[in-house]
Design a binder for this molecule. Structure first.
Ligand code: GLA
Length: 397
């Protein structure tokens, strides 16, 4: 997508709540000569449980302190007037199916409107200016943050009474029906339900979830992302192929989802599926076990087990699921060399970040080494992003 580099200007905002909000307000006044309400939502991290959501498995995400802010005011027409501050682009569209805008960023907002309408929500036109500071293409769910911001805002402004799970599903359906990504529910769930200081374990089959207070610092660890700056792009990518592989194997097993299948069951049908599908399913079945191990370990404060499972996930995603890239493998290897407790690709893969669990006393040495070694090999440093677990979709004061 051409706009990605421009969009990353958003990283220059130092504080999401002050500078970014002020800039949005200024632009809103200039464009629409009025003032609206402010809404925000968050990007996410995921400690473990990748590509498990659409397999009916568990995920373990949390919302982060980087996200989207939008100022919105109803305009009494049947048109949406939208301005993407980071891209310096304006777009106007109607609310009927045939009014779909061509700009990809506007399609997210349009999709949220359409999915809300499909659920019976009576909405009309509005003016908006929005901006964000989730790096695009870094596997931190900038698109879910955008979807959740608008789903939450429409629900509030039109008093629709849609529950939070349905708001998350509005975002997910937007991806499926307007953006070409057959994603699971994790990103939108995290973005809507996120709670400061807490990760969430979500069972994507029953949709039951629990908040887990998560304070690695109290146990002597830090959580940090290293953005390889290899752009991950799920639209039209092999992401949808991975999902299709899993669905094929589940079908041969006679199950709705891969969730709950054992390695023995997989071995038993090995000759009925392709080698590639076998590898994909092997990763997913292993990942289901790892998420549960991590939950048990966290309850005991056993961060060494958490870290060990993270490495296993990385190499499963790299070798069996084949969603890594050379740069991310390199970052995971450096982490191992530096004695980092756990390191792995985060999110859908195909680029983006590693998530690293590192003992406080090793942190500085790790960051210095990772920057230098990566720069020597790839000509630029990875971007260091400390993780702060924060709130999800909300109205700002
Ligand atoms: C992307 C998708 C999610 C999930 C992850 C991988 O972020 O949007 O639904 O499948 O990849 O865990």
């Amino acid at each position: 997508m051409e706009e990605i580099p421009k969009y990353e200007k958003a990283n220059h905002y130092k504080s999401i709540n002050i500078t970014m909000k002020q800039k949005i307000a200024e632009k809103f006044r200039t464009l629409y000569q009025s003032e609206g309400d402010f809404f925000a939502s968050a990007g996410r991290i995921n400690l473990i449980g990748e590509h498990t959501d659409y397999n009916g498995g568990f995920v373990f995400p949390g919302a982060i302190d980087k996200g989207i802010i939008a100022e919105i005011k109803l305009n009494g027409t049947d048109k949406v007037h939208a301005f993407a501050l980071d891209l310096d682009e304006y777009c106007e569209f109607g609310l009927n199916e045939e009014d779909a805008p061509s700009q990809s960023w506007a399609r997210y907002i349009f999709g949220v409107c359409r999915e809300t309408i499909k659920r019976g929500g009576k909405i009309s036109g509005f003016n908006t200016v929005f901006a964000g500071d989730v790096p695009l293409g870094a596997g931190m769910s900038s698109s879910a943050a955008l979807e959740s911001t608008f789903a939450f805002a429409l629900n509030y402004l039109f008093d629709l009474g849609i529950d939070k799970f349905e708001l998350a599903r509005i975002g997910q359906s937007t991806e499926h029906n307007y953006c070409g990504v057959n994603c699971g529910i994790m990103d939108q769930f995290a973005s809507v339900f996120g709670k400061k200081g807490n990760l969430m374990r979500l069972d994507c089959r029953s949709m039951e979830f629990a908040y887990f207070p998560f304070n690695p610092e109290e146990h002597g660890y830090k959580l940090v992302l290293l953005n390889s700056c290899v752009k991950h792009e799920l639209v039209g990518s092999p992401y949808n192929d991975r999902r299709a592989s899993c669905e094929r194997v589940a079908k041969v097993l006679g199950q709705e989802f891969l969730r709950g299948a054992s390695m023995d069951q997989l071995e038993a049908i090995k000759d009925q599926i392709s080698d590639e599908d076998y590898l994909r399913a092997r990763y997913v079945i292993g990942e289901e076990r790892r998420v549960l191990d991590v939950c048990d370990a966290l309850e005991k404060g056993d961060y060494e087990t958490v870290g060990a499972r993270m490495y296993e996930t990385h190499w499963g995603m790299s070798k069996d699921y084949e969603v890594s890239c050379e740069e991310l493998d390199f970052l995971a290897e450096i982490a191992k060399d530096c004695g980092v407790t756990g390191s792995r690709i985060m999110g859908g893969g195909f680029g983006g970040c590693t998530i690293n669990l590192v003992k406080k006393e090793l942190y500085d040495a790790f960051i210095t080494k990772a920057k230098a070694a990566f720069a020597e090999k790839y000509g630029h440093e990875p971007i260091v992003i400390p993780v702060v677990i924060s709130d999800g979709a909300r109205k700002l004061d």
